[in-house]
Write a protein that binds this ligand. Sequence first.
Ligand code: SF4
Length: 952
Amino acid sequence: MSYTHKPTVIETIAEKLHLIADLHAEGSGPATKSAAVDGEQVNCPPPDQWDNWVEYDSKSWPERKSKEYMLIPTACFNCEAGCGLLAYVDKETMTMRKLVGNPYHPASRGRNCAKGPATLNQIEDTDRVLYPMKRSGKRGGGKWDRVSWDSVLDDIAGRMRKAIQEGRNNEISYHVGRPGHEGFMEWVLRAWNVDGHNSHTNVCSSGARFGYAIWEGLDRPSPDYTNAKFMLLVSAHLESGHYFNPHAQRIVEARMKGAKLAVLDPRLSNTASMSDYWMPSFPGSEPAILLAMAKVILDEGLYNRDYLENWVNWQEYLQQDYQGTPVTFENFIEALKKEYSSYTPEFAEQESGVKAAMIVEVARKIGEAGTQFATHVWRSASSGNLGGWAVSRTLHFLNVLTGSVGTPGGTSPSAWNKFHPDVHAKPKPQTFWNTLQLPDEYPLAHFELSFLLPHFLKEGRGKLDVYFTRVFNPVWNYPDGFSWIEALEDESKIGLHAALTPTWSETAYFADYVLPMGHSAERHDIISYETHAGKWIAFRQPVLRVAHARMGHPVEYTWQANIGEVWEEDEFWIELTWRIDPDGSLGIKQYCMSPYRPGEKITIEEYYRYIFERVPGLTAKAAKEGLSALEYMQKYGAFEVESNVYKVNERTLSEADLQGSTMQPETGLITKNGKSVGVQVNGANCIGFPTPSRKQELYSRTMVDWKWPEYRLPVYIKSHVHQEIMNKSNGEFALVPTFRLPVLIHSRSGNAKWLAEIAHRNPVWMNATDAKSLGFEDGDLIRVNTDIGFFINRAWVTEGIRPGVVACSHHIGRWRREQDPAANRWSTNRVEIKRQGGGKWTMRVDESIEPYESSDPDSSRIFWSDGGVHQNITFPVHPDPISGMHCWHQKVRIEKAHEADRYGDVFVDTDRSFAIYKEWLAKTRPAPGPGGLRRPLWMNRPFRPDEKTYYL
Ligand code: SF4
């Protein structure tokens, strides 16, 4: 269906008076047509015209000049959500003109947040690193030479070959900030036989993940907001959380249908301001509130008996904790009521500051919503507090009690809504266990202890010969950044550091190679995430490469089509892997072979072709349009694999699965070859959940076996920033540094001018009553003292945060030094860093943000000068002894800035940070566990190695 815009009266008059161009005269320009998605018209050109779409050029106004575009889909890389983007490529200049939403993406449905379209800024950034660079002079000295990709590959591959030949596989590490390509690195690292995957997850989400995993073996929530009646978020999730845009649009959809929203957050975030119930809890007290709600639900009989009886391991709980008591459901409920009797709403109010009456009201609403109760927690409280994993564990308890696990309007495990690709090569699991990443002190750590790496190196636990950082900036993002600088500068600890990055960063300054990698429209990846009750796959593709191919000028490598010599990781890893084992004698090269051309090196098209040909339903759908699976994904950029995914635990085992299995009559557990594979419920042989009981584990035998019996049930764990340790008269506060501003992307929005223009400072939020009692005015310069140093910032006096808590956004305060390449100048202060000996470091801003001349006229129009303050570098590491999560919140002491203090000043003592690392390390209860294990076999581990490595 086509449509023509009908001009308004004002437009018609303005056109007649020649105040604006007449775009509506007959035959005056390109016709506008709209696409249809699932029968609904959307504001997007129809795909049959994407190869040749004509629009007026806005920059030529008032002249009416038509421009021809190619529209090519890709997927955003500016957060994990992977929303669909549609790039407009100018066919004359072969450059990207804009990026808008792709309506054919099942999760984002044509919508994006500000960060999606701003990808164009990142691509066109005039300060961008465009060629491979090699350091000259000492590491961190700021001197760089341009080199060829060939020389980079040969140098790194040679070094890796030697390490592997000498059995030093654990000296190779790949450390990822922003992941992106499903399944790719698993293939590559296993091909190398390297246990080298190190992720950012333990400064991000592993706290929340552990709380979910201990319940159901799967570690992330996937709420079905659209169909919910009540939503409870423990975070600013609507505005800035995980899967921001796909979740936000569905939360809004539910609210438009009458659903209610409650938000637990000490800050009046944009999300809290949109909610029906804002519960400004004291940081770390959230489990007390959630358990008080559980108590109301239990006491008032609002629980879902059917779900509890069938899908919770309550029999095991009674058998273990109430030996001699008959194992009946009634006795279970009585035991549970007794267990949680102390979590009264009044106790929760005392802990959290949230009124008991509101807690009771919300609990009843949750009970009323029943199976249509959607919840979410990601970073926020679960990543801020000692024992933060108890936040997700107690939040999920409410889903279990109401039977809203995996139901329409409820909350599913993430894995049900995520597609896992089948890649062409399946090397065996690696035969190494790298204790620099998962040390024996943290047998239950959900992901690698990546933020402790500098301390592990300092202690002499090992060293790294080849260290890749990939879209990763620990010097700035992580706590304790000066300890990172100390480690990165020391060539005896890190032999070679290659930074694969789309932009210069505080970490790249301390690399040996800086290797420019593409933004979302410059690379291949496949993405699939739990955005709603469906399963989808999206294709990130290098737009200009596709455009060149469509114009009949294909290139061999993506860097040949991108700006400068910006490459993509996928092709880089294939080339590197090939060169590590040129003659095949290491057994690595075999995994790089084409599945279609025996003996030949796989190409990037072949890699994705193989995957897409194995996506259920994709080939058939593509065939309807006369396309192959790969061509379909190149054309539309996304595919819905499954919709309305619910109650996967109730799917039944096949005859083949059941063959040779046995079933325990008391519990229904079905085992095969010594492993649990399913559970019988009401006579049906279900797959259940991947836990030892195949049910939701209210009672965790694992916690008992691994020396934490006090946490065998969901309980409240007091935070390291509990209010009882705060001396208010001394200016002591809990600092919440975990919140993000919705337009920023950790350290990757520094080169996005539109985003930096919107948000460029991070003052300290302080409640007006606290400011008054301490004598602070809005805008006062304050010194925020942490356990290892201080930073100087300004106070923002507001009612938008609860008293006793201060908060500072974690995205701002970027820097570069005088010797560093002038980069990210929309957001970086130029600083002077001084190492004063004895672990003491100072940083001072010597030049704020200011306009500069470049080929982008906007750079001379910068109107802001405030680049904010780098707070994370003043935080010590706080590894949670169980989940391994860095507990971000800080106990701080706030005072007026001293006379010599200047805005942005930072002081840190890394000797002190090492001592604090030791204090937290002492909280652990190390492996081995039962049977001499490093880690429970049933629990997932990223890049799971060979089972033999699990035994100490
Ligand atoms: S939510 Fe925003 S940043 Fe994240 S993928 Fe979508 S458009 Fe990009």
